[in-house]
Design a protein around this ligand. Sequence first.
Ligand SMILES: CC(C)(COP(=O)(O)OP(=O)(O)OC[C@H]1O[C@@H](n2cnc3c(N)ncnc32)[C@H](O)[C@@H]1OP(=O)(O)O)[C@@H](O)C(=O)NCCC(=O)NCCS
Length: 410
Amino acid sequence: MTIEYRQITPAEHRAFGTTVERGFGGHYMPDQEQYRLDKLSLAPEMSMCAFDGGEIVGTTGAHPFESAVPGGAIVRNAGVTAVTVATTHRRQGLLTNMMTRLLQQEREKGQPVASLWASESVIYGRFGFGMAIQHEQFRIDTRKAAIKNSPEIPGKIRFVDRDESRKVFPAAWEAAVLANVGVPRRNEVHWDRWLIGLGDTKGEWSKPFLVVYEEDGEPRGYAKYMLKDLNTFGVEAHGLINADDVVHSSPASHAALWKHLLNVDLYDTLSTWRSPSDDSLPWMLADQRQLERKPYDGVWYRLLDIAEALSTRTYLADGSLVLEVQDSFIPEWSGRFELAGGPDGATCVPTTKPADITLPTASLAAIYLGGAKLGDLERAGRVEESTDGSIALADAMFATVKQPWCPLMF
Ligand SMILES: CC(C)(COP(=O)(O)OP(=O)(O)OC[C@H]1O[C@@H](n2cnc3c(N)ncnc32)[C@H](O)[C@@H]1OP(=O)(O)O)[C@@H](O)C(=O)NCCC(=O)NCCS
């Protein structure tokens, strides 16, 4: 079997969509508008695919995202997406070959990092991705969810319809991009696709309710939620609230949105997912135990250009370290780097000095945004220390005040 690896041509966009949908267990049947947006959303040069006899049998792509790193600098971030291999061709190394090429292609475009959501958590570690942004799933009985503490809320929440949401949500999202590490910037095409998705009702769920939080007329957060009525006989009010989009950019917007969600009477079980792992909701509640929390892996990061990625962020504590980074997937990207950084900035350059710490590139990706601690990885046998105290120093340097967050599934 000879497999060819290349980008798609514009004429192959529909075949690309068909392969992606089939790979995830669906059928690609876009209407004209959806198809137009799909083509704009993932241009041929963002793809890397596998072909068998001219037929697409494997797909990958990367959105040209931008997102903040600790210190607030915005970096280019290849948002890996549409990863599938046809059922007829699985476990024959196609993804491995596509991923090598995709990562090289994205690095050549000058993107220092790549990121993705994994359908299965066992897939991407082998390609040098590390678990960088953890999330939590929340579930709470709203009848027992009394709020005891809250920051002052200077703004207001109001309902908006679909068309207005398309106008005001992007500004709220941009506020979240700037206020958080890890939130990817979204372009107009992303928002148009999001709007189309809003029309879908799923089973017995209501159409989405949309609310925006504004301060002085400026959007600072929003929520989208659906309701499902379980009150079949009118005996007891009972129902589900699925808040699958809760986007905030400040303690006030966070508190306002949560107060709104907990005030949805007649529906008593509220579930959210993609809450930040340091969400302050538990600390707002009178009884923390009422909140069921489920942590899970969220966004995986891959460093494509280590010197660029490490020198772009700032560090909570001053320090300097020599890191021996091992890349078993793309060995020529392995190297020894001297990092010197602090709250005001950093430099990171290749060096021949002896290493303080030796670690796989996936472990460096895991700590890159401050989401994981090197000491934890060391205790798991994933990192080696040659100079006493250097892992503690790395943890002091890489630590962040807030955990990274990515409320966008891509
Ligand atoms: C995930 C997927 C793309 C893997 O493609 P593939 O071509 O079969 O992967 P490869 O043959 O290159 O596998 C490389 C290695 O990963 C392992 N692997 C790949 N997918 C795996 C999975 N889903 N579970 C466990 N191991 C997996 C392989 O066993 C292989 O291990 P080895 O190197 O020890 O032999 C494919 O199974 C698929 O399309 N799945 C459905 C869609 C999906 O989940 N996509 C991912 C979206 S984030």
